[in-house]
Design a binder for this molecule. Sequence first.
Ligand code: ZN
Length: 195
Amino acid sequence: MLYKSPKSVYHTKSMLGGFFISMTEKNLLFKGQDLQLMVTTTFCKPAIQLSADILRVNLYKNAGNPPCLNEILLQWYKTQSLQYLRQRTAFWAKKIGVSFCNLTIKDQHTRWGSCSSLHNLNFNWRIIMAPEPIIDYLVIHEVSHLVHLNHSAHFWQLVSHHDPKYQEHKHWLAQNGRRLFQILPKYSSRRRRSI
Ligand SMILES: [Zn+2]
């Protein structure tokens, strides 16, 4: 779980049915759970699938440029993050009684989210690695800014009303956020655009 210290990285390869299968530990997290990464290299089309706590990635085997595993993982995380945050933001916006315009997933160095006066919301894709109550805290925080575009007492009252444990969740993010930025660090990506 998220509270343990980072483990050493190991990488093993084996031949099975003529294909390379790699079990790679990259300390991946998804909604607060550790993921095991299983990588295959075959002539089948590239695919990525999460089943329980195993993330299976098939890299297409060709003679050209080797596929970039980190880039594939990054795109998968961003897609999952966008889907989940859209769903949670729609839920909390309805509950709080506000509407928003655009929701964008960003790849920022330090910020977890932001809200503009035009009612646009931005979230850092890395929040999908945190446990669900922490993700909800962030969503409630940003959606509450649609009501109060400041950190006034009224703003925190609204956050507290919908997330009574918000101080605990805020503290968790401050304590553990750094670790989430160390997984698939930004410099490992060849492309740096947001989706
Ligand atoms: Zn804020």
